[in-house]
Design a protein around this ligand. Structure first.
Ligand SMILES: CC(C)(COP(=O)(O)OP(=O)(O)OC[C@H]1O[C@@H](n2cnc3c(N)ncnc32)[C@H](O)[C@@H]1OP(=O)(O)O)[C@@H](O)C(=O)NCCC(=O)NCCS
Length: 163
Protein backbone atom coordinates (compact mmCIF):
# COMPACT_ATOMS: atom_id res chain seq x y z
CA UNK A 1 0.00 0.00 0.00
CA UNK A 2 1.23 3.49 -0.79
CA UNK A 3 1.19 5.48 2.45
CA UNK A 4 4.01 8.01 2.68
CA UNK A 5 5.00 9.35 6.09
CA UNK A 6 5.06 13.12 6.54
CA UNK A 7 7.54 14.41 9.16
CA UNK A 8 9.39 17.53 10.15
CA UNK A 9 12.80 17.59 8.47
CA UNK A 10 16.00 16.45 10.22
CA UNK A 11 19.60 17.52 9.51
CA UNK A 12 20.32 14.01 8.18
CA UNK A 13 17.64 14.49 5.49
CA UNK A 14 19.79 16.98 3.54
CA UNK A 15 20.88 14.66 0.71
CA UNK A 16 17.40 13.24 0.21
CA UNK A 17 15.86 16.72 0.15
CA UNK A 18 18.43 18.01 -2.30
CA UNK A 19 17.81 14.97 -4.51
CA UNK A 20 14.08 15.82 -4.71
CA UNK A 21 14.81 19.51 -5.37
CA UNK A 22 17.25 18.66 -8.20
CA UNK A 23 14.86 16.17 -9.78
CA UNK A 24 11.95 18.63 -9.80
CA UNK A 25 13.43 22.02 -10.66
CA UNK A 26 15.84 23.30 -13.31
CA UNK A 27 17.40 26.79 -13.17
CA UNK A 28 14.95 27.73 -10.41
CA UNK A 29 16.08 24.96 -8.04
CA UNK A 30 17.77 25.62 -4.70
CA UNK A 31 21.39 24.59 -4.17
CA UNK A 32 22.42 22.05 -1.53
CA UNK A 33 23.67 24.95 0.58
CA UNK A 34 20.31 26.77 0.38
CA UNK A 35 18.48 23.58 1.41
CA UNK A 36 20.93 23.09 4.30
CA UNK A 37 20.22 26.65 5.49
CA UNK A 38 16.48 26.09 5.37
CA UNK A 39 16.81 22.88 7.39
CA UNK A 40 19.09 24.51 9.96
CA UNK A 41 17.24 27.81 10.38
CA UNK A 42 13.58 26.81 10.05
CA UNK A 43 12.92 23.08 10.51
CA UNK A 44 9.46 23.98 11.91
CA UNK A 45 8.48 25.02 8.36
CA UNK A 46 10.12 22.16 6.48
CA UNK A 47 8.48 18.74 5.99
CA UNK A 48 9.42 15.60 4.10
CA UNK A 49 7.35 12.78 2.64
CA UNK A 50 9.08 9.41 2.98
CA UNK A 51 8.14 6.11 1.40
CA UNK A 52 10.04 2.94 2.30
CA UNK A 53 12.69 5.11 3.96
CA UNK A 54 13.32 7.30 0.89
CA UNK A 55 12.50 11.00 0.71
CA UNK A 56 10.05 11.39 -2.17
CA UNK A 57 8.67 14.88 -1.49
CA UNK A 58 9.46 18.11 0.33
CA UNK A 59 7.94 21.42 1.32
CA UNK A 60 10.09 24.18 2.82
CA UNK A 61 9.73 27.79 3.81
CA UNK A 62 10.90 30.89 5.68
CA UNK A 63 9.02 33.30 7.90
CA UNK A 64 8.96 37.07 7.50
CA UNK A 65 7.08 40.24 8.32
CA UNK A 66 7.31 41.26 4.66
CA UNK A 67 4.40 40.92 2.25
CA UNK A 68 6.54 41.38 -0.86
CA UNK A 69 8.41 38.12 -1.41
CA UNK A 70 10.07 38.89 -4.75
CA UNK A 71 13.28 39.49 -2.77
CA UNK A 72 15.84 36.84 -3.80
CA UNK A 73 17.76 37.01 -0.53
CA UNK A 74 14.95 35.42 1.47
CA UNK A 75 15.58 32.18 -0.46
CA UNK A 76 18.98 32.19 1.28
CA UNK A 77 17.14 32.82 4.58
CA UNK A 78 18.46 36.41 4.69
CA UNK A 79 15.70 38.34 6.48
CA UNK A 80 14.12 35.15 7.82
CA UNK A 81 12.51 35.83 11.21
CA UNK A 82 10.94 32.75 12.73
CA UNK A 83 8.50 35.00 14.57
CA UNK A 84 7.48 36.87 11.41
CA UNK A 85 3.74 37.15 10.74
CA UNK A 86 3.85 35.43 7.32
CA UNK A 87 5.22 32.11 6.12
CA UNK A 88 6.65 31.83 2.61
CA UNK A 89 6.76 28.53 0.71
CA UNK A 90 9.89 28.05 -1.44
CA UNK A 91 9.83 24.43 -2.65
CA UNK A 92 6.92 22.05 -2.93
CA UNK A 93 8.23 19.10 -4.89
CA UNK A 94 7.53 15.42 -5.40
CA UNK A 95 9.82 13.01 -7.27
CA UNK A 96 8.41 12.55 -10.81
CA UNK A 97 7.79 8.81 -10.32
CA UNK A 98 5.61 9.54 -7.26
CA UNK A 99 3.62 12.45 -8.72
CA UNK A 100 -0.14 12.18 -9.15
CA UNK A 101 -0.56 10.04 -6.00
CA UNK A 102 -1.61 12.75 -3.56
CA UNK A 103 1.82 13.31 -1.98
CA UNK A 104 1.87 17.10 -2.40
CA UNK A 105 -1.62 17.24 -0.91
CA UNK A 106 -0.36 15.47 2.24
CA UNK A 107 2.63 17.81 2.44
CA UNK A 108 0.52 20.93 1.96
CA UNK A 109 -2.08 19.82 4.54
CA UNK A 110 0.66 19.27 7.11
CA UNK A 111 2.22 22.61 6.19
CA UNK A 112 -1.08 24.47 6.60
CA UNK A 113 -1.61 22.83 10.03
CA UNK A 114 1.93 23.82 11.08
CA UNK A 115 1.40 27.40 9.86
CA UNK A 116 -1.74 27.62 12.01
CA UNK A 117 0.10 26.22 15.04
CA UNK A 118 2.87 28.77 14.49
CA UNK A 119 0.13 31.44 14.43
CA UNK A 120 1.09 32.82 11.02
CA UNK A 121 -1.29 35.28 9.37
CA UNK A 122 -0.72 34.36 5.71
CA UNK A 123 0.96 31.68 3.62
CA UNK A 124 2.67 33.33 0.65
CA UNK A 125 4.26 31.83 -2.43
CA UNK A 126 5.10 32.53 -6.02
CA UNK A 127 4.34 29.99 -8.73
CA UNK A 128 4.59 29.55 -12.47
CA UNK A 129 1.53 30.22 -14.65
CA UNK A 130 0.67 26.51 -15.06
CA UNK A 131 0.30 26.02 -11.29
CA UNK A 132 -2.05 28.92 -10.48
CA UNK A 133 -5.09 26.60 -10.65
CA UNK A 134 -3.28 23.92 -8.65
CA UNK A 135 -2.81 26.32 -5.72
CA UNK A 136 -6.36 27.67 -6.08
CA UNK A 137 -7.55 24.11 -5.36
CA UNK A 138 -6.05 24.42 -1.86
CA UNK A 139 -7.84 27.74 -1.35
CA UNK A 140 -4.96 30.05 -2.29
CA UNK A 141 -5.98 33.42 -3.73
CA UNK A 142 -4.34 35.11 -6.70
CA UNK A 143 -2.47 38.33 -5.98
CA UNK A 144 -1.18 39.23 -9.45
CA UNK A 145 2.03 38.88 -11.36
CA UNK A 146 5.23 38.89 -9.31
CA UNK A 147 8.23 41.15 -9.98
CA UNK A 148 10.41 38.06 -9.55
CA UNK A 149 12.30 36.74 -12.58
CA UNK A 150 13.81 33.87 -10.56
CA UNK A 151 15.45 31.26 -12.81
CA UNK A 152 14.41 33.27 -15.88
CA UNK A 153 10.70 32.39 -15.50
CA UNK A 154 7.47 34.42 -15.11
CA UNK A 155 5.99 34.11 -11.59
CA UNK A 156 2.64 34.81 -9.93
CA UNK A 157 1.89 35.67 -6.33
CA UNK A 158 -0.55 33.48 -4.39
CA UNK A 159 -1.58 33.77 -0.75
CA UNK A 160 -3.65 31.81 1.75
CA UNK A 161 -5.19 33.97 4.49
CA UNK A 162 -4.99 31.99 7.75
CA UNK A 163 -6.40 34.76 9.93
C1 LIG B 1 3.26 20.34 -8.50
C2 LIG B 1 3.60 19.07 -7.72
C3 LIG B 1 4.22 19.44 -6.38
C4 LIG B 1 2.30 18.27 -7.49
O1 LIG B 1 2.61 17.12 -6.70
P1 LIG B 1 1.75 15.77 -6.73
O2 LIG B 1 2.11 14.96 -5.55
O3 LIG B 1 1.92 15.14 -8.07
O4 LIG B 1 0.26 16.33 -6.59
P2 LIG B 1 -0.98 15.53 -5.96
O5 LIG B 1 -0.98 14.14 -6.53
O6 LIG B 1 -0.92 15.67 -4.46
O7 LIG B 1 -2.20 16.33 -6.54
C5 LIG B 1 -3.00 17.19 -5.74
C6 LIG B 1 -4.05 17.80 -6.63
O8 LIG B 1 -3.45 18.74 -7.52
C7 LIG B 1 -3.71 18.39 -8.88
N1 LIG B 1 -2.49 18.66 -9.63
C8 LIG B 1 -1.30 18.01 -9.54
N2 LIG B 1 -0.39 18.57 -10.37
C9 LIG B 1 -1.03 19.59 -11.00
C10 LIG B 1 -0.66 20.55 -11.99
N3 LIG B 1 0.57 20.58 -12.51
N4 LIG B 1 -1.58 21.46 -12.38
C11 LIG B 1 -2.84 21.46 -11.89
N5 LIG B 1 -3.28 20.58 -10.94
C12 LIG B 1 -2.38 19.66 -10.52
C13 LIG B 1 -4.05 16.92 -8.85
O9 LIG B 1 -4.86 16.56 -9.93
C14 LIG B 1 -4.77 16.80 -7.53
O10 LIG B 1 -6.10 17.26 -7.67
P3 LIG B 1 -7.35 16.46 -7.00
O11 LIG B 1 -7.17 16.62 -5.51
O12 LIG B 1 -8.54 17.17 -7.52
O13 LIG B 1 -7.19 15.05 -7.43
C15 LIG B 1 4.56 18.14 -8.54
O14 LIG B 1 4.03 17.97 -9.84
C16 LIG B 1 5.99 18.66 -8.66
O15 LIG B 1 6.83 18.36 -7.83
N6 LIG B 1 6.27 19.45 -9.72
C17 LIG B 1 7.62 19.96 -9.95
C18 LIG B 1 7.99 21.04 -8.95
C19 LIG B 1 7.01 22.21 -8.97
O16 LIG B 1 6.71 22.79 -10.01
N7 LIG B 1 6.50 22.57 -7.76
C20 LIG B 1 5.63 23.69 -7.54
C21 LIG B 1 6.42 24.86 -7.05
S1 LIG B 1 5.79 26.44 -7.61
Amino acid sequence: MFSPIISQVKETDLDGCHNVESACYTSDGASREKIANRIRLFPEGFFTAKFEGKIIGIINSASTNMDDISDEELKDMVGHDKNGRNIVVFSLAVLPEFQGKGVSKLLMSRFIEASKTLKKKKILLICKTNLIDYYKKYGFLYNGKSDSTHGGFEWHEMFWPIS
